[in-house]
Design a protein around this ligand. Structure first.
Ligand code: MTE
Length: 311
């Protein structure tokens, strides 16, 4: 049988990763060839949708973690507890239709279809470091918009002090939610000033495309100065509260996971040190930086607080 082989330098369209497309588009943009932030790439079979975004503030020049690692080494317990499970079980997450409820202590609560929730906001790219409490880290080009836009539009009342977030509850489809590994749905919370901080992002994409399900489609939080578990995925509800809201990992293990969960090399997890981290794709461990390297931007949020007590 004669099999015609392709030269290795010619990848099949299905083998071209969004990372490759992303770098190609970046090269075009740099070369000033007229392909800019306002243009969409033609969708590829089986691929997610390309997003229309502009470069954002707070970037980093550090090498991006390869797309392959960002999308196959995940924590998303609704899709399984192993690192490879979320990518393998990604189609258990049904993202259409999707709605987001904004409620609690605010003057303008609402229940929005995803399109309506997103349509007022221009998207921008934010390259953020993500430091997992387990000791690994990545650098990811997210696409999204500042959470404070949604929060301001809802007009929080004077009594709102915190913001609570909730992930979709769908045990019929999400096999992880049929097991009591965490209390479902996954919940998270921020103090209102943390939630309003311009670094806090609602992400809808990475590497220039809509979020893969395993990374929290269609909408997730990214709080780059906190351990990765604060960045709740697949959000369906955002609630202004007067009291500190419960968080999934604090409920599961209060002695190991506090409400604040700021990246802090000086506060060890009870079972391991947080002094160093391994950047995925690198061999040598590197020192973990206070607030994950975002101290200049966020340290003033915690002036006067004992961060060993409020870990
Ligand atoms: N959100 C939900 N709903 N369920 C989860 O299990 N895991 C958290 C966080 N958000 C999690 C979640 C943890 S522990 C981490 S480290 C980050 O997602 C990982 O994000 P990534 O898989 O996109 O790197």
């Amino acid at each position: 049988m004669l099999i015609r082989s392709r030269r290795v330098s010619e990848p099949k369209p299905s083998e071209i990763t969004p990372e490759a497309i992303y770098h190609r588009r970046r090269d075009f943009m740099r070369a000033g060839l007229g392909i800019g932030a306002g243009m969409l790439l033609p969708p590829m079979a089986g691929a997610r949708t390309a997003l229309d975004f502009s470069p954002g503030a707070f970037g980093t020049d550090e090498k991006h973690t390869p797309y392959e690692d960002v999308t196959t080494y995940n924590n998303f317990y609704e899709l399984g507890t192993g690192k490879a499970d979320p990518a393998r079980n990604a189609d258990q997450l049904r993202t259409e239709p999707w709605s987001v409820r904004v409620d609690g202590a605010c003057a303008r609560p609402g229940n929005y279809a995803l399109e309506d929730f997103l349509s007022p906001w221009a998207l921008e790219e934010r390259v953020y470091r993500l430091r997992c409490v387990e000791g690994w880290s990545m650098v990811i080009p997210w696409v999204g918009f500042e959470l404070n836009k949604v929060l301001s539009q809802a007009e929080p009342t004077g009594s709102a002090r915190y913001v609570a977030f909730e992930t979709i509850l769908d045990p019929d489809n999400l096999s992880g939610q049929r097991r009591p590994v965490l209390e479902w749905p996954y919940v998270e919370g921020l103090r209102l000033d943390e939630a309003m901080h311009p670094l806090t992002l609602l992400a809808v994409g990475l590497y220039g495309e809509t979020l893969p399900n395993q990374n929290g489609a269609p909408l997730r939080l990214v709080v780059p100065w906190k351990y990765g578990f604060k960045s709740i995925k697949s959000i369906v509800r955002i609630t202004f509260t007067e009291q500190e809201p419960p968080t999934a990992w604090n409920r599961a293990q209060p002695s190991e996971y506090g409400f604040y969960s700021n990246v802090n090399p000086d506060v060890a997890h009870p079972r391991w040190s947080q002094r160093t981290e391994r950047r995925i794709g690198e061999f040598r461990r590197r020192p973990t930086l206070m607030f994950n390297g975002y101290a200049d931007e966020v340290a003033q949020l915690y002036t006067g607080m004992d961060l060993k007590q409020h870990f």
